[in-house]
Design a binder for this molecule. Structure first.
Ligand code: SF4
Length: 280
């Protein structure tokens, strides 16, 4: 079982105990649960109902109760389905699909909006000027110490390029998000960095813009997906393409990256030890 599943079961048992003992709510200490196993993320289950052909993703309806693999889902399977996908109109204008790339057990999953021209022609996420800036932001001369080659995974809300780099339409986002959900479940990142307006608003199911949302920790719990299986710290920041247009955004992004580093130091001892040798 995952720690979230154990916490849910404990809360239910506490509630049942209170009910059976007369209905009084008793004060209890905090439980400290751990996942039963830390293995290859591809050993964990995702929903068979999350692929193309389903208009509404409802989470765990076909997931094994213990969160283990039932259907052998994998990042490769997601990428293969994406490559064939015709669930929305973006399939008619794409050159390549762009499922995402990076390590399979990331400290941080960076989620952007969608592929641009360079990504559409290469099939890789964040490879144009904005992508190169993202790589520099994530490393920040070793002070943040993140990279897609070592400890990050990078993906987008939609996997095909919106023509002219327009924002994805709501129906396109709704059609594509199930792929992202499967990726998050497989990757189990310690932190999600939502890059830009579309990613932040979609993941947080918020009508507020990135200027209001950025720089504040929240928890991605998949509520907009009717999926309670997520509990991942999430911080939104500006999209690197916005920094290319407006250099004044570099200062708030640096503040956000420092918050990211601080949180990662709390969550990962190896990262904390590495950062202890690299003061800000
Ligand atoms: S954007 Fe997503 S849902 Fe639309 S065609 Fe591409 S992969 Fe399919």
């Amino acid at each position: 079982m995952t720690k979230e599943e154990k916490a849910g079961a404990a809360a239910f048992l506490d509630l049942a105990g209170d009910y059976l003992s007369g209905g009084f709510r008793r004060e209890r200490g905090k439980y400290a649960f751990k996942d039963d196993r830390e293995g290859d993320p591809r050993e964990y289950a995702v929903s068979r109902g999350s692929g193309p052909g389903n208009n509404r993703f409802t989470g765990d309806e076909e997931t094994a109760p213990d969160g283990r693999v039932e259907n052998g889902d994998s990042l490769e399977a997601v990428a293969a389905e994406v490559s064939r996908c015709k669930r929305c109109g973006l399939c008619t204008t794409r050159t390549n699909t762009v499922p995402g790339e990076g390590v399979s057990r990331p400290l941080v999953m960076v989620i952007g909006e969608g592929p641009g021209a360079d990504e559409d022609s290469s099939g890789r996420p964040f490879v144009g000027r904005a992508g190169q800036l993202l790589d520099r932001m994530l490393d920040s001369r070793g002070k943040i110490g993140l990279s897609r080659g070592n400890n990050c995974h990078i993906a987008n809300i939609v996997k095909c390029r919106p023509p002219g780099n327009r924002n994805p339409q709501p129906d396109e986002t709704a059609a594509c998000v199930p792929f992202l959900v499967r990726q998050i479940k497989l990757l189990r990142p310690k932190i999600i960095l939502a890059a830009g307006n579309t990613a932040a608003k979609t993941l947080l199911d918020s009508s507020q813009g990135i200027t209001r949302l950025r720089g504040t920790w929240t928890r991605f719990q998949g509520t907009f997906l009717m999926d309670g299986s997520f509990d991942i710290p999430l911080i939104p920041t500006f999209h690197p393409s916005a920094l290319l247009r407006d250099e004044s955004l570099k200062a708030p992004v640096w503040e956000d990256l420092k918050l990211l580093r601080e949180k990662l130091c709390e969550l990962d001892g190896d990262y904390a030890a590495r950062m202890a040798e690299t003061p800000l």
